[in-house]
Design a protein around this ligand. Structure first.
Ligand code: NAD
Length: 348
């Protein structure tokens, strides 16, 4: 039986995870082990993630995370987010996958005109997560500062492989985003990519400068299938792409390393402003579990069942409060129960 380490975390984390477990229980049998991370762990142990908890996470087949953080811990010596960096590093997850899908039912929530999104938005950004300028050498003197962007061929190849594998499951189109007209590191990305993708003749591959990519995401988002890019470019472009889909409460993510293991979490935080009120949208967390089934457990059918159940929930007109301006909305727990009730009943 697959073993999932579950981290509920802080704020709305426990609320969205509880609904996600309802859904998982409808599609299969899994073994759960619960660990603390973030503020709740600081309160109990003084650490955002204990070594024991990390070891438990490392021994699992996958890790499902709600969210961590909150004002209570903002001024402490140890921050809840320290747990996030520690678990990503500890699990060796170097590829961050963020799908941006605009569901037909939520078209009104997209800030772009209907004419621009008429062909839909369904892309996956594959962001390198543990290298590049965020991890390079940095320095500061009285009137100067620098951060170094450095990539090795091996780091580029392993993220390209994740992008290629994802594209083979999707529309078989990869866009490599860089700034090869200016940056030496980008020129390495480009030469490594063109050699790498010769091994994938089934894939259509194109190359785009990051400034153009930022523009094309707004001008013609349906032209993208899989985007693969460096840490900083991916950070910026994935936030831009997430806005195309309506609410932050809709967006899941997967962070993958070598082998099948992964860390799955909604892209939103712990939303302390709405914690405990039943206003949290659990869909980002539920779709993160769907990604876990697809990427770590090879359970694409069950993963599709979850996605279809979410779509049915939306097409039936149900909305959590973040998705509607109407006073009629469902609570976090009602949303979870309705989606769980849709499991197995519908096909896309
Ligand atoms: P946030 O994502 O928690 O909230 C931003 C806004 O979006 C808030 O108005 C919130 O109510 C709303 N929102 C977020 N998720 C929602 C959902 N599922 N349904 C409905 N509305 C939702 O970001 P923030 O306010 O900048 O950060 C709050 C805390 O979360 C901070 O302590 C931050 O450090 C932490 N954080 C954690 C993670 C993580 O655990 N991966 C990520 C981002 C922020």
């Amino acid at each position: 039986m697959m073993k999932i380490v579950v981290i509920k975390g802080d704020g709305i984390g426990p609320e969205v995870i509880d609904e996600t477990l309802k859904i998982l229980d409808r599609v299969g049998r899994f073994e759960y082990e619960f660990i603390d991370m973030g503020g709740c762990s600081i309160d109990k142990t003084g650490e955002a993630l204990t070594k024991e908890a990390l070891d438990t996470a490392k021994a699992a087949d996958a890790v499902l995370l709600g969210a961590v953080g909150g004002p209570k811990w903002d001024n402490g010596k140890v921050r809840p987010e320290d747990g996030l960096l520690a678990i990503r590093k500890g699990l060796g997850v170097y590829a961050n996958l963020r799908p941006s899908v605009l569901y037909e039912e939520l078209k009104d929530a997209c800030p772009l005109k209907d004419t621009v999104v008429k062909n839909g938005v369904d892309m996956l950004i594959v962001r390198e997560l543990t290298g590049g300028i965020y991890f390079g050498e940095k320095g500061r003197s009285s009137d100067e500062a620098y951060d170094v962007e450095r990539y090795s061929e091996a780091e580029i190849i392993r993220i390209l492989r994740k992008a290629a594998e994802a594209a083979l499951r999707r529309k078989r189109h990869v866009t490599v985003v860089d700034k090869a007209n200016i940056l030496e590191s980008s020129r390495l990305w480009r030469s490594v990519s063109s050699a790498f993708f010769r091994g994938y003749p089934q894939l259509e591959v194109d190359y785009m400068y990051v400034d153009n990519a930022a523009m094309q995401l707004i001008k013609d988002p349906s032209r993208f299938d899989v985007i693969v890019t460096s840490n900083m470019f991916g950070d910026i472009l994935s936030d831009e792409a997430s806005m195309l889909t309506g609410s932050i409460g809709m967006l899941p993510s997967a962070s993958l390393g070598d082998g099948g293991k992964g860390l799955y979490e909604p892209i939103h935080g712990s939303a302390p402003d709405i914690a405990g009120t039943g206003l949290a949208n659990p869909i980002a967390s539920i779709l993160s579990a769907a990604m876990m089934l697809e990427y770590s457990f090879d359970m694409k059918h069950e993963s599709d069942m979850i996605v279809n159940a979410v779509r049915k929930f939306l097409s039936d007109g149900h909305r959590t409060r973040d998705l509607t301006s109407s006073p009629e909305y469902v609570t976090t727990a009602e949303a979870g129960s309705l989606i769980a009730g849709n499991i197995g009943k519908y096909k896309a």
